[in-house]
Design a protein around this ligand. Sequence first.
Ligand code: SF4
Ligand code: SF4
Length: 426
Amino acid sequence: MIRVEEHKEPQHERASERFLNPAKLYLSLAQATGKPSSACVEIGNLVEEAQVIATNDGLISSVLHSPKKGKILNIAPWFHPVLKRASAMIIECAHEEKKYDARKDVAHLRKEELLGIIQKNGIVGLGGAAFPTHVKLNPPKKIDTLIINGCECEPYLAADYRLMVEHLTEVFKGIEIICKILGPKNVCIALEDNKPEAIKAIHRILSTKKFELPLTECRVLKTAYPQGGEKQLVYSVLKRKVPSGKLPFEVGALVQNVATCFAVYEAVYFDKPLIERLVTFAGDALVSPKNIWVKIGTTLRELFDKDILKFKKEPAKIICGGPMMGLALDGLDYPVLKGTGGFLFLSDHVALRDEGPCIRCGACVRECPVSLMPCLINLASQKSLWDQTKRYGASDCIECGVCSYVCPTNRRLVQSIKRAKLEGMK
Ligand code: SF4
Ligand code: SF4
């Protein structure tokens, strides 16, 4: 793992803001890992906040709810950070906020009922992968350790940190529910040493012993990238290696992001679906980088039109996600997805540098957190030798971007490895 410049200020220190009354939402049907959802409403229908408007198609998929009361204006292709274009529901929103009543029987809910509530409310992993949580929380093998991931190791991103500082009790209630489902022997809340307020708050809450948890510790890790990757975190915390092509449950561990714990809490305690989330908006092109609670489907354009965000200079690059793993965007029409942790607006210091030849320095091989040989995969990928890229283990790449970051000749390693992964799946 490597040290990268963090750029977490000032969004780390500022209290989060809220913008939960957009005029329009662009709710992509492709929100989660797996098949896109299928719309179950029609153009012109009036919908209530939290009403199911798209159903899941198959197990690895997620149901979608309307984030606001409003009218379905259209169902048409719209901008999507990953897929470029994907079918989306365009909703004209009413200026009304729904109140969610607290559920009274939480303590009596059984494992199957809890999983059902999580599925019904469309909860997916909020660490980026957006894998349906009800599937992840039902592993085929018993796990002994639940790791709560508060690392947020990508530079600039700070939403998980603010969530831990501002809503830690709710995150702990979510962890309690997850423990009831999984029955682990141990819980480890893992975060990095660049999050002092969250560390203090976790120690404070653990000392009260007011939550029904198994043996629980707060593990403070040295800040490094990509510590928050599931397999890297399992190794950092438990020194267990997850084999190639396998998931952490194979070695008795399961990793959940802190924001997912919060979403589980809201689903179980209030029957509130995943319709809003905390998102970081950062970068040197913004007047005031910050974290904002926004409805899923809110576009960047609306945030700028309403002066919630302001440019102080023209951004040279807009990125969905962090600078290491994020995706470049070509404008402001992209919406927040369930898995979106942040958007960056960066000026010229990230301009693409010229790519040089490989000088066989070995830096990419030394630093790859999954022990691949990025330089060789890159060469094979450039020649479309897909069998060879498969043999070199391209499918194990977690797309962390470390190889490209350390390459002294600026080779576009991660891009070519991503291509090899896609070709390998065909
Ligand atoms: S090959 Fe993949 S996993 Fe390895 S450093 Fe590059 S992007 Fe990260
Ligand atoms: S870091 Fe770049 S120059 Fe060095 S071996 Fe890898 S691809 Fe070649």
